[in-house]
Design a protein around this ligand. Structure first.
Ligand code: ATP
Ligand code: MG
Length: 752
C-alpha cells in the first residue's frame, strides 16, 4: 500500500479505528449488460484493493435488476476480468436477483409504514408533477391511497395482473426536496420479461435505488463505493435503510470520480453499439477499451493495475490521456520481454560477396546484459530488410542504408549498398550489397562508422506471419459518435517475415520486435500454420510528440520514430538524477515519463520541490510543472518568471478543492505568466469560481433549450449525441465556469 492514503482509505481506516465496523466489506457491483471496460478496472482495483489492504473482503455482485439487457455471457466476462486482474471474490458470486424475495418483503414493510405507494399516472404526468430544479413538485392524486389498497395493488402488480407501465411503486418522501432524486423515487416497475436467472418468476423488478442499498445491507457490506454520478442517490440510499430501521453496522455510500480516457468511449452501451454494428470484431477486439480487449491485445495485468494506481482516486472527474496507459504497458514490457527481429515490409538484399551461411549468437535482452537468454540467428547470402530502411534520396538526418551510407545489421555485419534493382515501374525490388567481414557486432575491427542498426531476417529461415497493427479506435480526442472512428485503426500485414526462434522457442508470448514496438501472439487466431501477432503498443508515444495540430498519417509518424530510435542512444542519468528519479517514481508515485523529465532537469526539479513544500499534491504539481511551467522555463531562469512555485501550489490547491475547473486553471495560469498576480486574486477579480449551483445553471440550460428547438426535437427522436451539444452550449455561455458534471446531469434531466 502506498504511504499517502487516498480519501477512501482514510475513511475506511477511521471507521475501523472507531469500531464502526469489525471488518471491511466492499463490493464490485456491475450490471451484466456488457463486457467490463478499463473504467471498471479502476473500480475493481479500488474495491478489491481496499478490501485486501485492510484484510477484509470484496464481493463480486451482479446487479441484475434489468431483465431485458442482461445475459450470462456478460457474467462470465465480468468474472474473467476480475480473475485476470488477479483478484479473488471468495466462494460465491452474488446476484441481486437472489434477493428479489427479500427486497419485495422490504417493499411491503414500507407500504405498511405508509412510506410507499402505488402510483398510476402515466410517464408524462409523472414528469410534469416532478417539478424542476427551481420548482417544487406535486404528489399525484394516487398518493393518498390507503395502505390496504396499496398492498392489494402491489400484490396484483406482482401477480402479473397489469401491463408494463400501468403502475409503479414509489417511496413517499418529499416532492419539494431540493434534491430532485428525493421526490418520491420509484422503487418498483412492471416488466413482463424473462430474466436470465430468475426466469419468469417475477414481472416486477426493483429499481437500482431500492435494490442496491438493500443488497449491500443483506451482504453485510461496510463501504459501498461508487462513482460520482450517484452522489444525489446517496440520500435515497440512506432514506431506505433508515426508514426500514435496519440496524448498525449498516453500509454507507462513498463516491469517487469515474475514469474517462481520451480517444475512446467508455460505456457498455456505446461499446455494445460498436459490437452490434460490426465496427469491431467483438467485445474482445484488441482496439476495444474492454478488459477482454486489452487482454487479447497483449496488455499485462500489471500494466493495467499500475495505471489504476497512477491515476489515483479523486473526487473530481477528469479525462486521462490514453498515452499514460500506453506508457504503463511499455514500461512494464520494456523490462520483461525478449527482443527479436521482424520485418514488416520486406525488401530483398543480396550480399554479393558472401556464400553459404553462418549462425550468430544474439541475446534476447541486449539492453539488459546480465539477463540471460539468447538464440542463434542465421546470416546468409539472401536477407530481407525493412523497405523504408533503405532510401535512394535520403532526407537530411536519415541514418539508415542509402547508396552512400552503410548500415549495421543488428547483431550482425555492416553492409554497403552496391546496386539498386528496379522493376519496369521503377519500384525497388532488390538491393545488391556487400558485407564487411571484419565488422561483426561485438568484434568489429573495420573502423567503418555507421549511424544506426536495422532489423533483418535471413530468407533461408524466415517465417511468414500475419501482423495486426492497431491504432487508436477514434481519431477524435473526445469522440461523440461513429463519425469519429479512426478509419485506420487496424492494418493487417499478411506477409511479414520473422526469425524462426520466435515461433519455435516461444521464450515468451510477448516480444519486442526491435524498432517496431511490442507484440503479442494473438491468443485466439494464432496457429502454427498461420502465426498471428498483435501490436500491443509502439516503442514511443508517436501521438503526443506531434507539433502541428492535425493528426499526421501514421506512416509519417512511424518514420519519425524510427529516425530517433538508434539503439542505446539515451544518455545515462547521473547519480543525483537517479536519486531524484527513484524518489519520484517510488515515493511520490509519479509515472516514469514525468519522473524522467523532472529528474533530468535541474530547473524543473527544484521548482517542483519548492511547490511540493507548499502543497502535498505530487501528481497534479508534477503535471503542471512538466507541461506548463516547463514551457515558460525553456528560455528563462526561475528568477525571471513572473510567478512563483508558491503561487503554482495555490493554483493547484484551488483546482483540487473544486473552486475552479481545470479548464479555468489553464486560463488563470496564462494570466499568472503575464501578470504575476496570485491565482486566488485572479479568480476573484475575474469571477472564475466554478458554478455548481443548479439554480444558477438551470435557467441557462432553459435558455439554450428554447434557442435550439430543432436540436431538442432531434434529441428526443433519438439522436442522443446531441447531449454533448447542449452541454457545450451551456459551458460556452458560462465561459467554461459551469461545473460540467452538474450541467451534464441537469441537461439530461431536462431533455428526458
Ligand atoms: P457503463 O455506463 O459502462 O455501463 P456503469 O456505471 O453502468 O457503466 P456498472 O456495471 O453498473 O457500470 O458499474 C459497476 C461499477 O463500476 C460501479 O460501481 C461503477 O460506478 C463502476 N464504474 C463504471 N464505470 C466506471 C468508470 N469509468 N470509472 C470508474 N468506475 C466505473
Ligand atoms: Mg449502466
Amino acid at each position: 500500500m502506498s504511504e499517502k492514503k487516498d480519501f477512501l482509505r482514510t475513511i475506511v481506516e477511521e471507521d475501523l479505528k472507531s469500531g464502526k465496523y469489525k471488518e471491511v466489506v466492499t463490493r464490485f457491483p456491475p450490471e451484466p449488460n456488457g463486457f467490463p471496460h478499463i473504467g471498471h478496472a479502476k473500480s475493481i482495483a479500488i474495491n478489491f484493493g481496499i478490501a485486501s489492504d485492510y484484510q477484509g473482503h470484496c464481493n463480486l455482485r451482479m446487479d441484475d435488476t434489468n431483465p431485458t439487457k442482461e445475459d450470462t455471457k456478460y457474467v462470465e466476462a465480468l468474472k474473467d476480468a476480475v480473475q485476470w486482474l488477479g483478484f479473488d471474490w471468495g466462494e460465491n458470486v452474488y446476484f441481486t436477483s437472489d434477493y428479489f424475495t427479500q427486497i419485495y418483503d422490504y417493499a411491503i414493510q414500507l407500504i405498511k409504514m405508509d412510506k410507499a405507494y402505488v402510483d398510476s399516472v402515466d410517464e408524462e404526468q409523472m414528469r410534469e408533477l416532478r417539478g424542476t430544479v427551481t420548482q417544487a413538485g406535486k404528489r399525484s392524486e394516487f398518493a393518498s391511497r390507503s395502505i390496504e389498497e396499496n398492498l392489494d395493488l402491489f400484490e396484483k402488480m406482482k401477480n402479473g395482473e397489469f401491463k408494463d407501465g400501468e403502475h409503479v411503486l414509489r417511496a413517499k418522501i418529499d416532492m419539494g426536496a431540493a434534491n430532485m432524486k428525493m421526490r418520491d423515487p420509484l422503487l418498483y416497475r412492471i416488466r413482463h420479461a424473462h430474466h436470465f436467472r430468475a426466469g419468469d418468476a417475477w414481472c416486477i423488478y426493483p429499481m437500482y435505488d431500492f435494490a442496491h442499498c438493500l443488497s449491500d445491507y443483506i451482504e453485510g457490506v461496510s463501504h459501498s463505493i461508487c462513482t460520482l454520478e450517484f452522489e444525489n442517490n446517496r440520500d435515497i440510499y440512506n432514506w431506505v435503510l433508515n426508514t426500514l430501521g435496519l440496524e448498525a453496522p449498516r453500509p454507507y455510500q462513498h463516491e469517487f470520480a469515474r475514469l474517462g480516457i481520451n480517444y475512446t468511449v467508455m460505456s457498455k452501451r456505446k461499446l455494445l453499439e460498436l459490437v452490434d454494428g460490426g465496427q469491431v470484431s467483438g467485445w474482445d477486439d484488441p482496439r476495444m477499451p474492454t478488459i477482454a480487449g486489452y487482454k487479447r491485445r497483449g496488455y499485462t495485468k500489471e500494466s493495467i493495475l499500475n495505471f489504476c494506481d497512477q491515476i489515483g482516486i479523486a473526487k473530481a472527474n477528469s479525462m486521462v490521456d490514453v498515452a499514460q496507459l500506453e506508457f504503463c504497458i511499455r514500461d512494464d514490457l520494456n523490462k520483461k520481454v525478449p527482443r527479436v527481429m521482424c520485418v514488416l515490409d520486406p525488401l530483398k538484399v543480396t550480399i554479393e560477396n558472401y556464400e553459404g551461411s553462418e549462425e550468430i549468437d544474439a541475446s534476447y535482452y541486449p539492453h539488459d546484459v546480465p539477463k540471460e537468454g539468447e538464440r542463434k540467428i542465421l546470416f546468409s547470402k539472401e536477407i530481407y530488410i525493412e523497405r523504408d530502411d533503405f532510401n535512394e534520396n535520403p532526407p537530411k538526418g536519415y541514418f539508415r542504408l542509402t547508396p552512400e551510407q552503410p548500415v549495421r545489421l543488428r547483431h550482425g555485419f555492416i553492409i554497403t549498398c552496391k546496386e539498386v534493382i528496379k522493376d519496369t515501374e521503377d519500384n525497388i525490388i532488390e538491393i545488391k550489397a556487400q558485407y564487411h567481414p571484419d565488422s561483426k557486432s561485438g568484434s568489429d575491427t573495420s573502423g567503418i562508422k555507421v549511424k544506426s542498426a536495422i532489423q533483418w531476417v535471413s530468407s533461408k529461415e524466415a517465417k511468414e506471419v500475419e501482423v495486426r497493427v492497431y491504432d487508436r479506435l477514434y481519431s477524435n480526442e473526445a469522440p461523440t459518435g461513429l463519425e469519429d472512428l479512426n478509419t485506420n485503426s487496424l492494418q493487417v500485414i499478411k506477409n511479414a517475415l520473422i526469425e524462426p526462434a520466435v515461433i519455435l522457442e516461444k521464450p515468451d508470448e510477448r516480444f519486442q520486435f526491435e524498432r517496431q514496438g511490442y507484440f503479442y501472439a494473438d491468443p485466439i487466431d494464432y496457429t502454427d500454420e498461420k502465426p498471428v501477432f498483435n501490436k500491443i503498443v509502439g516503442l514511443k508515444d508517436s501521438w503526443g510528440k506531434k507539433t502541428d495540430d492535425k493528426p499526421k498519417v501514421k506512416e509519417a509518424s512511424k518514420k519519425q520514430v524510427n529516425k530517433v530510435q538508434v539503439v542505446g542512444e539515451v544518455a545515462a542519468m547521473t547519480n543525483e538524477q537517479q536519486v531524484l528519479f527513484d524518489k519520484y517514481t517510488k515515493e511520490l508515485k509519479l509515472n516514469s515519463e514525468v519522473s524522467n523529465i523532472l529528474a533530468r532537469d535541474e530547473k524543473l526539479s527544484s521548482f517542483y520541490e519548492e511547490a511540493l513544500n507548499e502543497l502535498n499534491s505530487p501528481i497534479a504539481l508534477a503535471n503542471i510543472v512538466t507541461n506548463d511551467v516547463a514551457k515558460e522555463l525553456k528560455d528563462k531562469e526561475i528568477n525571471e518568471l513572473k510567478f512563483t512555485s508558491v503561487q503554482i501550489a495555490q493554483l493547484i490547491k484551488i483546482v483540487d478543492d473544486g473552486t475552479i475547473s481545470s479548464k479555468i486553471a489553464k486560463q488563470v495560469f496564462e494570466d499568472m505568466t503575464q501578470s504575476g498576480t496570485n491565482p486566488t486574486k485572479i479568480v476573484e477579480d475575474k469571477g472564475l469560481v466554478q458554478i455548481s449551483d443548479p439554480s444558477i445553471i438551470s435557467p441557462i440550460i432553459d435558455e439554450v433549450i428554447v434557442k435550439n428547438p430543432d436540436n431538442v426535437e432531434k434529441f428526443k427522436a433519438g439522436n442522443t449525441k446531441l447531449l454533448g451539444f447542449f452541454v457545450g452550449q451551456v459551458l460556452k455561455t458560462t465561459g467554461g465556469k459551469a461545473n460540467p458534471q452538474v450541467v451534464n446531469e441537469l441537461v439530461a434531466q431536462k431533455l428526458k
